[in-house]
Ligand binder design. Sequence first.
Ligand code: ARG
Length: 458
Amino acid sequence: MSHIRSRFNKPPSEAMIGYTLSLPFDHRLYRYDIDGSIAHAKMLAKQNIIPLEDAEAICRGLEDVAAEIENRKFTFRTELEDIHMAIEARLFEIIGEVAGRLHTARSRNDQVALDLRLFVKDAVAETIAGISKLQLSLVDLAEGNKDVIMPGYTHLQPAQPVLFAHHLLAYFEMFQRDAERLNDVLKRADVMPLGSGSLTGVAYNIDREFVASELGFSQVSRNSMDAVSDRDFVIEYLAAASVCMMHLSRLAEEIILWASAEFGFIELDDAYTTGSSLMPQKKNPDAAELCRGKTGRIYGHMMAMLTTMKGLPLSYNRDLQEDKEGLFDAVDTLLSSLCVFYGMIGSLKVNKKNMERAAMRGYMLATDIADYLVARGETFRSAHGITAKLTRYATDKDKPLDQLSLDEYRKFSSLFDDDIFKVTAASSIAARNVTGGTSPQQVAKAIARAREIVGKTE
Ligand code: ARG
């Protein structure tokens, strides 16, 4: 806007305009900018800082600008630099010189901080909603397959049998913490910065609490220099988003493994796979792979923002304009990842036979055999040694444990009896009936609890 440059003798160079421009990305803040301006104008009139009829003209004009943007009738002129100036310039064209009253007792520094806080608050709510939907699809898949047994792994080596539902619910827990972390971001994003002016506050009798309540904020900022210059709430969102994306990426990795011919535990729906241009037999888990790949982007945005902030003296510095693109991309990437996972989890087919066959292989009942000896008086350490030798013997003979005869068992301990053959994957699972364990009883409880707490964050 020309008045901002009235003290200069020259217009900015083309290169300078292109370099400083934020309109191509911050136009996305338009609705927050307009809502903030309307609340501000109403407050200015209420406080008798500007005439009521001027405030009314400003509010009507701002709604007209919003409608133009929504109906794609608005021309974004790059010489106007950012969304704040683009909207104000258009307001001048629509309502004339009274538009000049809107920026009373305000600076773009507190204005942009306000817009971004409103954006983050909405982003948090949308992200939590996306997480909750995905959590429910995990619970549905768990409940629909609540008897399916699979190998549980450590070091990606078959370790102990586990219910598939229990494995899925592990992700429910991770996503629940992600939702809680995001909700925590909200507590600190929910602070209204307008009234901080450029950096020191404003010299008018404004009512900050009124603006806060108009815009749905629960608090006003306590230090003007802090309010215009910190972006820790952006970093917190990016940090919470990074952790959530890390969890999605782990789930992606499992899906990729499970869908492989080697595992064959699940089949992904055609709608969530791609074919190969060369190999007709291929059905590739691209959505899961892309999610794993996109995780790096979100981590990158977090590092970028931390780095942008680290050398900034108080208060506002133009470096802060770099807060937006990474944040927007992180929100878009996370929301689309959650959405695609929701569909992918909801449509995949479970190959119960393959999972259960795999759960029978690999001497996964060794721990239960040790537990069997413990129940008959052996110490756990010595039972562990006996079972290790037994397993070694069975491996050498290339026989599964349940194919050994009682005599063979007895070579290792006289405590073995006929009932050793009652140790099965199902008995192993049923025995783990502690809170948080994989027994069917515990898993049923966990499913019920999950349905109760999903979407509720504190
Ligand atoms: N586009 C700017 C930003 O994103 C708006 C604030 C500009 N303030 C200033 N003093 N130049 O940070």
